[in-house]
Structure formats: C-alpha cells, structure tokens
Design a protein around this ligand. Sequence first.
Ligand code: DC
Length: 212
Amino acid sequence: MIVAIDGPAGVGKSSIARMIADKLGLYYLNSGNFYRGVTYRVLKQKLDPTDKELCIKAADEADFDVRDGHFYLDGEDVEAELHTPAIDLWASKISVIPEVRSIVNRNIHELTKKLSIIAEGRDMTTVVFPDAEHKFFFDAKPEVRAKRRFDQNPDAMPYDKVLSEINERDHIDRNKPVGGLKIAPDAIYIDTSYLTINEVCDKVVRAIKGEK
Ligand code: DC
C-alpha cells in the first residue's frame, strides 16, 4: 500500500505522516530530507550552491537511506543537521533543478519498492507515486503555518520574517518547472488550519480504512 501526502512548508506533514506510519505500521519516507541531504552535502563540501552541475553531481554521488524512519546520508544519520536556515534556503533552490529531482525520485523508488509506505513532500501524489492508493493534500493559511513555526522557536526569527520566508518558499514550490506543488485531482484535501495533529491523523486513518 502506498499513502502519499503533499502540501506546502510548515503544514504539519512530517509529524502527521510519522504518527500515521506508527499507527498503521507503514515505512515513513520524508522526501524533503533527500533535498535537504543534497544541500547538506553541497554546503559541507563548500561547493557553490548556485552551480547547477555541482549540485547534480553532489546528488548523483550521494548515498541515501532511510532506516526506522531516520534519514541517512553517506552512511550517517544526519537528520538532526538538516534544519538550519542555510539548508532551508538552499534546499528550496536546489530542489528546482530537474536532474536533482530525477536522481532523488530514482532513489526513493529504489528504497521503497515492495514496501508499504507513507511518503510526504510536494510531488508524491502527482509525480513520484501517481498510482498511490491513498492521496492527501494538506493545506493551511500561510499566517497559520508561520505562527506554528514561530511558536516552535520564538527566539530564532521575528514572526514577520518567518511569514515572508513561508511565502517565498510557497512561491518557489508552486512554480517549479518539474515537480511543482499541485493538488492531484484524486487527492483528499484537508485544511489543517484549525485542526490539531490528532484530528488530522484521525481523518487520514479513517479515510484509509474507508470509514466515515
Ligand atoms: O518538506 P521540507 O521543507 O523538509 O522540504 C525541503 C525542501 O525540498 C523544500 O524547499 C521543498 C523541497 N521539496 C521538493 O521540492 N519536493 C519534495 N517532494 C519535497 C521537498
């Protein structure tokens, strides 16, 4: 079984998908970590992140793995290092490169073949798993997503800056020439603005089980 979830930054996809994976015993795959991983590699090797060819090479030479829901890059669990402001910024730009996207997608298919999975990102329902049995699109107003991000770490950045970064990332995500954020016609749309994580999780689990 494949459950695919897409939605914009800060909508709660990761927390909710992880919870559902635990509940239903699915393999959890966070596709954003792959783009963050490529970016981590580029920045760690002090390569120029605006050089497309170097980014493609860094993606091509990377060794990706996901074990117990944890993302491994070149044999190391790097998940805790993937959420810096520099990676937020550059991952959104590097993930625009179509060749990087096809390398990431090839790796995702390779890692998940024959598994029952829940995968989340921006193009899981449209490009990577177009035949997924269950598709969801999570959405929330930019102001709500920015407030949630801001509340997680109020000292990191003023609210207005968090909101302008969310708006910028939305713009980049929606306008990618390949793998842009879109609502698949067969996806169930859930506005999470005024729902708790548990409420969204229940809705998704009920839909997967075919309950009302
Ligand atoms: O979900 P996230 O914020 O961790 O994703 C990191 C970056 O990768 C973000 O800029 C969007 C991009 N991304 C993408 O282009 N396609 C995906 N399937 C997942 C993430």
